[in-house]
Design a binder for this molecule. Sequence first.
Ligand code: ADP
Ligand code: ZN
Length: 672
Amino acid sequence: MGGTGVIGDMAETTQVRDGDSEALATLHRVFGYDAFRGEQEAIVEHVIAGGDAVVLMPTGGGKSLCYQIPSLVRPGTGIVVSPLIALMQDQVDALRALGVRAGFMNSTQDFDERRVVEAEYLAGELDLLYLAPERLRLDSTLDLLSRGKISLFAIDEAHCVSQWGHDFRPDYLALSLLGERWPDVPRLALTATATDATHREITERLNMPAARHFVASFDRPNIQYRIVPKSDPKKQLLSFLREEHPGDAGIVYCLSRNSVEKTAEFLSRNGVEAVPYHAGLDAGTRAAHQSRFLREEGLVVVATIAFGMGIDKPDVRFVAHLDLPKSVEGYYQETGRAGRDGLPSTAWMAYGLNDVVQQRKLIQLGEGDEAFRRRAQSHLDAMLALCETARCRRGQLLAYFGQDPDGAGCGNCDTCLTPPETWDGTVAAQKVLSTVVRLKRERGQKFGAGQIIDILLGKRTAKVIQFDHDQLSVFGIGEELTEGEWRGAVRQLLAQGLLAVEGEYGTLVLTETSGEVLRREREVPLRKEPKKAAAARPAGGGRGERKAKAAAAELPAELVPAFEALRAWRAEQAREQGVPAYVIFHDATLREIVTVWPTSVGQLGGISGVGEKKLATYGEGVVEVLAGLEGPAAAAPSAPDPATGPGTGTASRSDADDWPEHEPEPEPEDWI
Ligand code: ADP
Ligand code: ZN
């Protein structure tokens, strides 16, 4: 034996057990689910038969079952490698609530706790064991694992092995040794990052040449994608939350610690309960905030990208970005944290000229060699293309991940719901570019976007007068557009590569292609800037119609009290056991319960998400709660009531009128 090729062959030769039906039986019995989703069944079968697998599935796609079921079916313990130490306790608690014998070993445990887990593993009493990669590579851990029986290795967040990816962790590189040391144990690498480059790197670096590859659809149809022009981001965010997500749990991403703190404070002051999360907070505060997010309903976490990986809270209703993410990969992972339960959710982003200028500047001034810079630049270009597209956002995202989008548009993104108008911006582009040229040629000067726009608008600001810019022939040639429209034009020229940013002060300079515009060899179509905030919100309709409270959405009105009663009961159970509410039952399960209205524990057992252990633990409790309520008026629940439809947006719509026209300059320390 030896060599990884052997593992692949085993898929053909190991057919001792009827893994298929055992897998399905386990899915019913333990998880209470009716059927596998998409590729899950093929993956589970393949791994149970001893094969290696590389699994690419979007966040919320159902990756965990792909290794949990084989770990339950195959003899021995499934070793799950995960970088997420802070979440291991919750993951294990959730599994134990399902009756799965799960454990973890990490630095949060004391010696005695670890000894207990070690003993359980050696005695074959664990179905699943969670470990961080830095622990796994220790000789002592490898020795321990050798003394027990391993059913499989699951390498979660496998993109962390990719050096050029957005989340590299050096300890992942050592995982290639698993295949050499345990050639007979199947390995699964799982990730929600789907570009070809990452995919290739995972396969190579984890040394899995014989693995079968499973690439699921990356579409997340329940997430509505929207990108709005940034004017006063905090206020825009507040309107978005008040109008569309009152009382909902969600994540707000900012680039800097400073803006995380300020935004959390601002939201809290304005009646939206929010806590900050970033690497500058001490570990205890971070853990406490994360734990509150998982346990409480309707808390907002404002965070840098340090937050959220592996968080499996199913009812995150929105993910908002106040700053431009550095790559489409990062954006898609972050937004993917919304709506794991399949209910309507929103991915909302405010994006403006300063984002483009600052990000370009960061890349130029940042560390790393030329190749690194080029890579960062192309990541950013793809992100900008997504922001500026007039096509379906979902289509663009799926195409980025190499998947064929539906040509007709998704009907659930801002560009599908409110198609943007385009206009011929060739002349406007020429005006911007010739102002840049004049300053450079005639005076050897370079200025940022603000000064260029002031010159075009013919504004005699102190800085314009100081440099005699009112004497230029281009002074005041752009009065046909508003300041906001000029900012939009400059932003789009930057995104299209017709203009570039240089140096510490973000001055504007021409690119190789600028000449084509100046020589009238190239037309420049531009997107129209929405005039008001309200325009940023789609008119509604389509399958993405918003609900004020997605959790109760589409429930007939007469069932809502029962749903709320069950939620209250669930909250009490969760408090008593010190686990997040969703560990007891998901919202989706509670909704099905009130729709079916079981009058016996037996009837409850048929509901999706109610497995054997949960039925035994909570069955009587649930039936009791329902028995104490008035049942549904008629046996058959009525159709959804349109009156419970989209949330009222009228109250705070008028906020839009208060918006300052200017995009505020970011504080310098805001861009670290
Ligand atoms: P991922 O790890 O890919 O982000 P999860 O494994 O956390 O996704 O699954 C996302 C959600 O979908 C979870 O709430 C999970 O319970 C649910 N789920 C996964 N597979 C199924 C299935 N076959 N039937 C019903 N629900 C499922
Ligand atoms: Zn669309």
